[in-house]
Design a protein. Sequence first.
Length: 181
Amino acid sequence: MRIIAGRLRGRRLHGPPRDGVRPTSDRLRETLFNVLAPRVAGSRVLDGFAGTGAVGIEALSRLAEHATFVERDGRALRVLQANIDHCGVGEASAVIRGDFVGLAGRVPDLGVFDLVFLDPPYDVQALDAILGEAAAMLASGGLIVLEHSRRRTDVPAEAHGLVRTRTLMAGDSALAFYVAA
């Protein structure tokens, strides 16, 4: 894995801590940031289910103002912190250990985000709760991107005041884009 573009372009990231962790591929991140390009500079980014932190660090490389990473797995957190340190983006980052669902209640001064990227396990059962949590932290005019299995059939068109505006397919994955209705 590497940073695709921006001031950290080409920087190699540490990989997942174990089998079963599925980081967003370089190719899919490139597609995502080609779409997001005009929104990234100066934005506040939330990388939910952060894993290695590749998406949030990519956003920082492309001049996002700040990235908050949320991860509950201790091994993934160590890799995430190593990647933040390796890229020198600690001052523009915050790392929160814990579940994504319930985050706003546990961290009331978290604020709102312009871009929220969600990459939960493909077999997650709480997708509705995840979208609800993200909707509560979305800034006016903000965008939520949900990575999911291309074969998943229950990604909602609308949920919690959000409406899906676009879906991009890439290999076995898909990206669903949501805005406030």
